[in-house]
Design a protein around this ligand. Structure first.
Ligand SMILES: [Zn+2]
Length: 236
């Protein structure tokens, strides 16, 4: 659903409703810079709007994005466990896209909170995108630091007198590494095998083995995450 690639143009080309629509112009694609995905997508949305693409058209595209392998069944499993899990989603994509995709897949109700870059129709009715927040983390893109999002959330829940027994963090992107600093012994990091989050964890473990206290369970199919959570639940 997200990533460091300018996906929306390619997805529009794949969407049956957009057969024949031309690819994003090279002059626009060439403006993409690593670490500035949000700014790039703001320009993509603006361009698409000028070409006549409306939010409802983009919704169809987002609704057609498949979940990662095994993710649907994993989310169904978590939903069945009721209050054993509190589930939030932190995405560097955008609220419009994330909520469209989750609603279409029937999983939106599982998430207590969805944190993503705000997006929705502007005064002209075109889809506009904004940064999620500002932060002082030097490692993360200017629009989002998932460490800050998660730490703010945990602080708020602690204020609500809610104590979590352990954290389980499922991710894949480079921006999923920063929040690893919040995981302690007993917590579990689930990096998608071969993706940037997995590589960064491996590099950190190699550089300073004692710096990483959480268990690391790489996955290719989210069934592996589900099976691990089932084991955890036996002690829930
Ligand atoms: Zn950060």
């Amino acid at each position: 659903m997200e990533g460091a690639l300018p996906l929306t143009g390619a997805l529009l080309l794949q969407s049956p409703n957009y057969r024949g629509r031309k690819q994003l112009p090279e002059s626009l694609r060439a403006t993409y810079r690593e670490g500035f995905y949000n700014e790039y997508m703001q320009r993509v949305f603006q361009y698409l709007g000028e070409q006549g693409v409306r939010p409802r058209d983009l919704r169809v595209v987002y609704e057609s994005i498949p979940l990662s392998p095994g993710m649907g069944k994993m989310l169904q499993f978590v939903a069945k466990q009721g209050s054993c899990f509190e589930v939030i989603l932190i995405s560097d994509a955008n609220t419009f896209g994330v909520e469209s995709a989750l609603r279409a897949a029937g999983h939106q109700g599982l998430f207590r909170r969805i944190f993503s870059n705000p997006s929705g129709p502007d005064a002209r009715g075109l889809l506009a995108l904004q940064p999620f927040h500002s932060h002082s983390c030097a490692r993360c893109p200017a629009n989002t630091c998932k460490h800050k999002v998660l730490s703010d959330y945990l602080r708020k829940r602690a204020h609500d007198r809610l104590h979590f027994e352990r954290l389980s963090y499922v991710g894949d992107g480079a921006n999923d590494f920063c929040p690893m600093g919040l995981l302690a012994g007993g917590d579990v990091a689930f990096p998608r095998r071969g993706y940037p989050m997995h590589r960064l964890i491996q590099e950190a473990q190699k550089a300073e083995p004692s710096s990483f206290h959480a268990s690391v369970v790489p996955w290719e199919n989210a069934t592996e995450v589900r099976l691990h959570l089932q084991q955890v639940l036996k002690t829930c």
